[in-house]
Design a protein around this ligand. Structure first.
Ligand code: NA7
Length: 541
């Protein structure tokens, strides 16, 4: 007798890609248009953009310079797109990614509004079954996560939040209709890159802004401005050169790190070089000397310069002292860049509260209470960052061979090979996963490298008639050691509160997550692995 309620057929694909930001879009293009695979992208948002779809907070802007914050795989695409400002603002990045998606006709293979809640590997079939929030299922031979590194909002569990009578928002889940700060008393928690971008913009709109600072932070002026026509022309004419520079530098940015040590120059020369770098602005302040991230005494000279700048800009000495009371080496945490951040504390409607000295105790119905005082607020903005790198992957509830949850495999922190694959999870690739340069690199450069490597790998399997690729335990152990060694050779682990270490999320294992050996070096390692027939991976039919 026929089944009266036959289970609906599960759509089958060659590859499923989770996420439609930079990574997912390019991965779709490569697998579909270059390899001819049947591909489906599943995206939680109602449009493309990934991180930029969600991060719509006031002042949201990329810290990479615009001419380097784009794809470079297509000369035509590169030349036809024109950024308007030195750093691209969130709406402009969204326009760019929509342009890419439309230009390559990608949207027809993306299902929007589709949040993945589970993924399970079936050994016998050598396929992944992906489940969504709505209960749909999809099946594919290859599963590729393109979920970004900073997409799981970290809202601290502060007692009383549920009873707050006002509005609260996290910057990474900003309401699409915006937030009206007019006439409002606003509290902003967090002074990372996001809080530093949002503070001046919110201060200009709100009745009063109180910034709750737990860890003081360095910041260098962005000096954002409209791009001049000559610069735009120069960029268009130099696609190949720019691409080459970005691929050859450790951090994927379009500037070269100076080949001089802090100790090669006199004190006066050093000061002049820092002044020039400050006047130029942006992330390239780090490139002033080659040893800023490896020699603590060298770093101290930059730290002293930057702390002095804070004291010069901020008029109230007590506020300046709190802002300059920075406990980690410069750039050991992701270094923010800003537009008038420190100057904003000279406004009459802005107050700084040191919540390291007097921690936040609870949210009350009408505001925030620290150990020392109460702050009446109408709106609380959480600029409190993300469960970075592992968070977005663990949220997918991935189960590998024999139902092994990824969360269990990574109980003590992420373990994988090249940041790309985990033993026990065949045919699963993690674009910009932990253990790869990712967030220590200009993201589009890291993304293009991973996507192209994964595409070549799948093409190799197909050409050889192979169906499965899986890394091995020894390869993972070797890579984890390399990731640790690379971090230990720098000052990065000295920032104990950093999200690079997972320290911002209570209970998260403290492991330095990104690969700090440099993008160019990493690219060479990955190329060599491929050239050796995918050394460190087991390939089978
Ligand atoms: P970050 O860099 O993780 O910054 C989060 C900030 O929020 C940081 O100052 C934290 O202080 C603070 N924070 C987090 N939880 C709390 C609590 N419970 N109380 C007080 N303060 C808190 O996130 P961003 O969004 O600014 O930047 C993330 C990345 O996006 C950025 O690096 C760029 O790559 C783009 P802490 O330092 O933990 O003491």
């Amino acid at each position: 007798m026929p089944d009266v309620n036959p289970a609906p057929a599960i759509p089958h694909y060659d590859a499923l890609v989770i996420g439609a930001g930079f990574s997912g879009l390019y991965q779709l293009l490569c697998l579909r248009d270059r390899l001819g695979l049947k591909v489906q992208v599943l995206e939680a948002g109602e449009g493309v953009g990934g991180t930029w779809y969600w991060n719509r907070y006031p002042g949201a802007r990329c810290d990479s310079e615009s001419h380097s914050y784009n794809f470079t795989f297509s000369k035509e695409l590169f030349e036809e797109w024109e950024w308007s400002e030195r750093y691209p603002e969130q709406p402009e990045i969204m326009r760019y990614l929509n342009h890419v998606a439309d230009r390559f006709d990608l949207k027809r293979d993306i299902r929007f509004g589709t949040r993945v809640t589970g993924a399970r590997y079936d050994e016998a079939a050598n396929r992944w079954t992906v489940t969504t929030e709505a209960g749909e299922r999809f099946s594919a031979q290859f599963l590729i996560t393109a979920v970004g590194c900073l997409s799981t909002a970290n809202v601290p569990k502060i007692p009383g939040l549920e009873d707050f009578a006002g509005q609260w928002v996290h910057t990474g889940q900003w309401p699409h209709e915006g937030v009206d700060f007019t006439g409002k008393r606003v509290g902003l928690i967090g002074t990372g890159s996001t809080g530093i971008q949002a503070t001046p913009v919110i201060a200009a709109a709100a009745k009063h802004l109180t910034v709750f600072q737990r860890t003081a932070n360095y910041s260098v002026p962005a000096h954002n401005a409209p791009l001049k026509p000559e610069f735009k022309q120069w960029v268009k004419a130099n696609h190949a050169t720019l691409r080459e520079v970005m691929r050859s530098t450790p951090n994927g940015h379009p500037f070269v790190i100076a080949d001089r040590s802090v100790w090669d120059v006199s004190d006066a020369e050093r000061e002049a070089l820092y002044e020039a770098a400050w006047a130029k602005g942006g992330l390239q302040f780090r490139a002033t000397f080659r040893d800023l991230l490896v020699d603590k005494a060298a770093n101290d000279t930059a730290a002293a310069f930057l702390k002095n700048k804070i004291r010069e800009i901020v008029k109230d000495p007590a506020t300046a002292a709190t802002l300059a009371d920075i406990d980690h080496p410069y750039a050991a945490k992701r270094p923010p860049i800003d537009s008038d951040y420190f100057d904003t504390f000279n406004r009459d409607n802005v107050t700084l509260v040191d919540v390291r000295a007097a921690p936040i105790e609870r949210v009350t119905p009408d505001g925030l209470q620290t150990r020392e005082a109460s702050y009446p607020l109408d709106i609380i903005v959480f600029a409190t960052g993300f469960d970075a790198m592992t968070g977005p992957l663990l949220k997918l509830n991935i189960e590998g061979r024999n139902g092994m949850p990824l969360a269990q495999a990574w109980e003590a922190g992420p373990r994988n090979y090249l940041g790309l694959q985990v033993a026990g999870f065949p045919n699963l690739f993690t674009i910009t996963g932990p253990g790869s340069p990712s967030v220590l690199c200009n993201m589009p450069v890291a993304i293009e490298q991973h996507v192209e490597w994964i595409t070549d790998c799948i093409a190799h399997l197909r050409a050889k008639g192979l169906a499965r690729i899986e890394t091995t335990e020894p390869a993972m152990a070797g890579w984890v050691a390399q990731v640790n060694d690379a971090a230990a050779a720098t000052l990065l682990p000295e920032a104990h509160h950093s999200w690079y270490l997972g320290a911002n999320v209570p209970g998260k294992p403290r492991v330095f997550m990104p690969y700090a050996g440099g993008m160019a070096h990493y690219r060479a390692i990955c190329d060599e692995v491929a050239a050796k027939g995918y050394a460190g991976f087991a390939l089978s039919d």
